[in-house]
Design a protein around this ligand. Sequence first.
Ligand SMILES: *Cc1c(COP(=O)(O)O)cnc(C)c1O
Length: 483
Amino acid sequence: MAPEPTPRSTESTAFRAALDVIRDVEPRVADAIGAEVEDQRSSLKLIASENYASPAVLLAMGNWFSDKYAEGTVGRRFYAGCRNVDTVESLAAEHARELFGAEHAYVQPHSGIDANLVAFWSVLSQRVESPALEKAGVRQVNELTDADWAALRADFGNQRMLGMSLDAGGHLTHGFRPNISGKMFDQRSYGTDPATGLLDYDALRETARDFRPLIIVAGYSAYPRLVNFRIMREIADEVGATLMVDMAHFAGLVAGKVLTGDFDPVPHAQIVTTTTHKSLRGPRGGMVLCQSELAEHVDRGCPMVLGGPLPHVMAAKAVAFAEARRADFCDYAQRVVDNARALADGLLRRGAKLVTGGTDNHLVLLDVTGYGLTGRQAEAALLESGIVTNRNSVPGDPNGAWYTSGVRLGTPALTTRGLGTAEMDEIAALIDTVLGSAQPGLTSGGKPSKAQHVLEEGVALRVAARAAELLSGFPLYPGVDLS
Ligand SMILES: *Cc1c(COP(=O)(O)O)cnc(C)c1O
């Protein structure tokens, strides 16, 4: 059963004691940690990929598990003395399976990118390597002849993957050339309908039929709508592809039962990857969920592409997943989505332009060209006014991936703090005020700049003061007093 929330005084004592121990060795690190919580407390954080982990999650990471090597899997380690690591890794995996209704959970990936690498190589192992071994009549790669091994290596490099395009909201690890996934796979992209901004399943089906990928990757970092994973699986089945869903951004909405049925990837995809620190609100890390037939391949993630597991982080994953199994996490997930909708509505009512015209999930993609700004200028003007966001491309972005034309806004963090729909409407007003008062600056040559902005006198101070006032009603880590 869920543990009772820790009394406030206990949290203060725990963090103060930890900082005192650190201060004795390197006071500047203790000071930086203290300054970080103050920065987090005082900023209005709308970064869609960030959150605030609980004190229990944070504390589970700072301990002796960090010292243990534990390559292998539970009960089958390459190192002795892993009994306690086995306990926390099994707990994390068990909570994850229950939370997501998954057949198998692999909780070792150190990050979302690592989880994707594990997933890609699991599918390659299952669908390219295993048949080659079988054909050669051997059990493992070391037994292949040099010629068979060369042929298999060439085969690894000749596989196709279909992923969501970057400017439609996909992720760099879904087959793009700057990332290793784009160097490993021959990749093609699917995107959104230019008229509606919505995922175009018909076009995706056409591309899949023509391209016949080994893997179709679904999932996104900046798409404000739902993805129908039942349709994605139908398309994958039709062309013989494995469906992989990267739910790094929206795992918390799946755990919190806001995304169910066709919109829950776990029953539909053969393999699902995620981060654990975004909407899921756990420690910084990754995870792979899969159907049973992929389990043995996924479990070889370390040492295939991962360094030794981080047992302290697996301990924190177990704590975070236990938290996410409590009934109040469903309430949290629902509030994240309600807040995103309130933020979107507040912006729309003030005349702002949103990609797809709104949101169904935890994020809003604000197209700032209507304010005459680039994403970079908007991001900087908002930051100057105490509102932390990140610039993001919009579909077909005329300003490219560096300057961009959008700002991505997400509600998981502020919802953890307790802000609700009324506050979101006021935040929409603040954002509109800042962007409406900003103009492009000039380059040294006197031309309009894509990078510099000019804000009307007094706006930044006034908005930042109001943002601070708003936040003061919702203290962050109320149980932690470091003074
Ligand atoms: C954030 C993100 C990742 C990368 O996660 P890291 O933990 O930073 O490696 C991968 N995929 C998607 C879709 C993401 O949004």
